[in-house]
Design a protein around this ligand. Structure first.
Ligand code: HEC
Length: 219
């Protein structure tokens, strides 16, 4: 073996240690570049229920209806009833019905959630092709289809947080840390937790995965 090859593992370790240590010393590896403000703006499109982060703009129910019929109704139906098995987007039936329908009117918590979702994802297959004004108009029309606003309603950046959806109170912060605390042991067992393990049955014996012999005969 050449001398270089016998030194290779040690060299690799040295390179690895340097690679880990360099950032800590405040030096970069000369890769990439800082993101441009425009690039950050294009990514940073999330909204909050209080309207924080919404883009300027507005759109009316009327404008929304025209866009919806052209770009959305083929899947979601002219009245939001859902064509075939595409999702229903209108209807306020209670969620406790036997067949609850989760729609913008019955289930969604905030208008900003609807705006954000439509802006990111719809129309399905051609996502992010809508202008902000079109998304305002479509959101206004979705609200109208759910009987939440009148026909002459205009949704705008400064009013979006003021429209309340019926199920806003149905969502709450994850509280399991307090409500389920009594289920937890103080010291969770991480090893050797059971003294003895008894196997009660096997899938093969139960015949849930039939082999050739046990399988039903196909006529
Ligand atoms: C090609 C069919 C198609 C078109 C066109 C389409 N959607 Fe959708 N839409 C879907 C599918 C599929 C989903 C469910 C996606 C999922 O759950 O991942 C969906 C979900 C939605 C939802 C959420 C439904 C819910 O409550 O879960 C909304 C709101 C919505 N679309 C609005 C629109 C709007 C507005 C347009 C027109 C700009 C549009 N869609 C166009 C297929 C479509």
């Amino acid at each position: 073996m050449s001398r270089f090859l016998s030194l290779a593992p040690a060299l690799l370790v040295l390179v690895g240690v340097l690679a880990l240590a360099l950032p800590a010393l405040g030096q970069t590896r000369g890769l990439g570049r800082p993101a441009l403000p425009e690039e950050i703006k294009a990514w940073d499109i999330d909204l909050r229920p209080d309207g924080h982060g919404v883009p300027p703009g507005q759109g009316s129910v009327k404008e929304g209806e025209a866009i919806f019929l052209k770009q959305c109704a083929a899947c979601h139906g002219e009245f939001g009833e859902g064509a075939g098995r595409w999702p229903v987007v209108a209807g306020r039936e209670s969620l406790v019905n036997e067949n609850p329908e989760k729609t913008v009117g019955s289930y969604w918590p905030h208008v900003t959630t609807v705006f954000d979702y439509v802006r990111r994802t719809m129309p399905f297959g051609n996502a992010q092709s809508l202008t902000d004004g079109e998304v305002y108009a479509l959101t206004a029309f979705l609200l109208h289809m759910n009987d939440l606003v009148k026909e002459d309603f205009v949704l705008a950046s400064d009013t979006i947080a003021a429209v309340a959806l019926p199920n806003a109170g149905g969502f709450y912060d994850d509280d399991r840390e307090t409500t389920e605390k009594h289920f937890w042991g103080t010291e969770p067992c991480m090893k050797n937790c059971k003294a003895e393990v008894t196997i009660l049955n096997r899938a093969r014996a139960l015949d849930v995965t039939p082999d050739d012999k046990g399988a039903p005969k196909v006529e």
